[in-house]
Each structure stands twice: as C-alpha cells, then as structure tokens.
Ligand binder design. Structure first.
Ligand code: FAD
Ligand code: SF4
Length: 330
C-alpha cells in the first residue's frame, strides 16, 4: 500500500474545509476497515477513481459520535461504531430491525471498528471491481466484466451498465425505517431522505450515492415507529460466519388486526441500491398480511431481471420476503 497523510478533523467544518482544499486526492476515513484495509490495501483505483493521498479522519469529531434520543426520533452520529449502535438497549427497543441488521454485519472486531457512515458509504464488493487488474466502468474503464464473467453474486434488479449489489446491511434497514441523513459540505448543510440518497449506475457509474467529493455524512435520523408497527430482518449469506448478504430483507409493517396499512419492504443484495420492493408493498395494501404474504412476495418476480448465473437469487428473494413478512407479524 502507498503511504498517505492522515489528518484528524476537530469539527465538521474542519473536515469539509480540508476536503475542499485537498480536492480529489483526499477522502474521508472513519474506521478504515473498507477504505484502508480494503480499497487502498488492494490497490483499487482507476481513471475515475484516484488513489487517495490524504485521509481526513472524522472519528475525532465529537459531534459525529454517539446516539441522541428524542421523543420522535433517534439521531446517530455517522462516526458511531456499529457495535455501539447494535448494543444500545434503547436502539434495540425502538429500532430492532436496525440493531438486528447491524449484528449481522461482518464480525465483532469489524463492528467495533466500522462506523455507521463507513458502512453506508462503503464501496461495492463486485469481485471484478475489487480486482486490481479489471478496469471496469466503475473505476472509469470501458467494460463490465460481470456481464460475460461469473456474475453469481451480482444484481437481479436495476442493473444497467454496472451490476453491483449495494453491500450495506445498515442501509437496507435504514431505508425500511424511512431514515434521513444530514450532510455537510462547502455549500452548507442539507438533509436527504434515504429514499433519495443512493444512486444507480445510470446516474453516475463512478459512485453509489449523492455525496459530493467535499461532503461529509454527519448523522442519521430515524423516526420512531408508528403505533401497531412490527418489524423483522432476515439475511441469507453464503457462509454462516461473517459474510455479505446474498439477499437480505427488512420489513417495517404498520398493521391493524393483521391488515397491512402502511410500511416498507426493502431488499439488500439484489440491486445497485438498497431496493424498496414497492410491488410487494402494493400487493399487500389493505390486505391480511398472513393470508397474502406468499402471493405478495411472488410479485418480486415481475421486476427481477437475473443475469446468466444468478437466477437462484430470485427464488431466494421470494422465499425470504414471505418469511420476513410472517416473522414481522408473528
Ligand atoms: C471481512 C468483512 C466482512 C464484511 N461483512 C459485511 C457485512 O456482512 N455487511 C455489511 O454491511 N458490511 C460488511 N463489511 C463492511 C464493513 O461493515 C465496512 O467495512 C465498515 O462498516 C466500514 O466502516 P468504516 O468506518 O471502517 O469505514 P471506512 O473504511 O473508514 O470508510 C468506508 C467508506 O465510507 C466513506 N465514509 C466513511 N465515513 C464517512 C462519512 N461520515 N461521510 C462520508 N463518507 C464517509 C469513506 O470515505 C470510504 O469511502 C465487511 C467488511 C469486511 C472487511
Ligand atoms: S458490475 Fe460494476 S463493478 Fe462489477 S465489473 Fe461490472 S462495472 Fe465493474
């Protein structure tokens, strides 16, 4: 790995100023478990992905660490570790689908180091992207190796140009919880719903979200659940030890006497962004969840476009959606 300079930011403004001053050579770093121990260690770079020379540490910014609870929401600093969130009794009580998703991330060691902002903004795991020798679209090259190569773990929905699946378990749960992110940059601070945070390859194949190069994710706010809301999380992995999702499902269902009134069904591991399965939600609207879970889950097949080696994921997604809906109301 090449040498790099490390700067400790004292405030959010400090981090933003350094990002702006250093330009494309600088990147935010938190736990470093993906950026330093993955991307930089493995020399992942290309024409559209310069190798970072200066890292701005945001874990040194007090405002970005910790959980603040309010009567209507929880706000979590983006530099809070995944372990601190998952192990918080208040978070487990109020937002179990998030804490369950975080306990399914990697290993205890990585959760102790990795932060919420780092998890949401980590780079994809497509093995061609992670291979130094493959200059694919996502690194600024002119080919997608997953189209003709081994695509067993790639997208079954929404792939176009690039067929990554979004790797973050936290992002899947946060989209189901209708969370939002506070972002700071040279242009000021803005709040973005997770519905609008992630971007697909057609918008810009070089990135996975709306963060600009001089912006920092400061915190994430999650509203409290409406009364009569049930949640559940399921994640299927290839290995039983730490692994990324083959398919994951987060359900947040507001129901009355077992009838779906409102809610979200979000899938991880299937699309370049955490995927809100509106076809499933629509199939449940106004209906008894238990009686209609199987048929509603099968609606995912109408939007799936599998590649040559990953049609199995369509069946897995269908089964896991049904299971997670039933778990939520059990
Ligand atoms: C073996 C292994 C298994 C894993 N398994 C899983 C898994 O099952 N599920 C899962 O979800 N993840 C998994 N991960 C990924 C892991 O969760 C991430 O590496 C970790 O959460 C990243 O957090 P970090 O603080 O170390 O991020 P860093 O490595 O510091 O940063 C990651 C990226 O986010 C950006 N970033 C970080 N913080 C901010 C911020 N506040 N604002 C803007 N940008 C920011 C950085 O610039 C960088 O591009 C695994 C990783 C490994 C190594
Ligand atoms: S799926 Fe995306 S990241 Fe993977 S090889 Fe194709 S362009 Fe690259």
């Amino acid at each position: 790995m090449k040498a790099f300079e490390l700067y400790d930011a004292a405030t959010v403004q400090d981090a933003v100023s350094m990002l702006s001053k250093f330009g494309p050579a600088a990147k935010v770093v938190a736990g470093g478990s993906d950026l330093v121990a993955g991307v930089m260690k493995d020399w992942i770079h290309g024409k559209g992905m310069p190798y970072p020379e200066k890292l701005i540490d945001v874990t040194t910014i007090p405002e970005m660490v910790g959980i603040k609870l309010a009567s209507d929401s929880a706000t979590i600093g983006a530099a809070t570790t995944l372990s601190a969130i998952a192990e918080s009794p208040q978070m487990q009580k109020g937002w179990r689908v998030l804490t369950d998703s975080l306990f399914s991330v990697a290993s205890p060691e990585i959760r102790n180091l990795g932060t919420l902002g780092g998890n949401i903004n980590q780079r994809p795991r497509c093995w061609f992207f992670r291979g130094e020798k493959f200059s694919c679209y996502k690194k600024g090259g002119d080919f997608c190796f997953a189209v003709t190569g081994d695509n067993r773990y790639n997208a079954i929905i929404g792939g176009e140009l690039c067929y990554i699946v979004h790797p973050s378990d936290a992002a899947t749960a946060l989209l189901a919880l209708n969370a939002s992110a506070t972002i700071a940059g040279t242009g000021g601070t803005r709040t973005v719903q997770f519905d609008n945070y992630f971007t697909g390859p057609r918008e810009d194949v070089l990135r996975e979200n709306i963060l600009k190069p001089d912006e920092v994710m400061v915190n994430v706010t999650i509203p409290r659940l409406a009364p009569n809301t049930k949640t559940a999380w399921t994640k299927l992995k290839f290995r039983q030890v730490y692994d990324f999702a083959l398919v994951s499902v987060a359900v947040v269902a507001t129901q009355e006497n077992g009838v779906w009134k409102d809610g979200r069904v979000v899938l991880g591991g299937v699309a370049p962004v955490p995927y809100r399965a509106k076809v499933v939600e629509q199939a449940l609207a106004g209906k008894n969840i238990k009686e209609n879970a199987k048929a509603a889950a099968a609606a995912i097949k109408t939007v799936a476009r599998p590649m040559s080696a990953n049609a199995y994921k369509v069946d897995v997604a269908t089964a896991l959606i049904e299971k997670t809906l039933l778990d939520a109301i059990a």
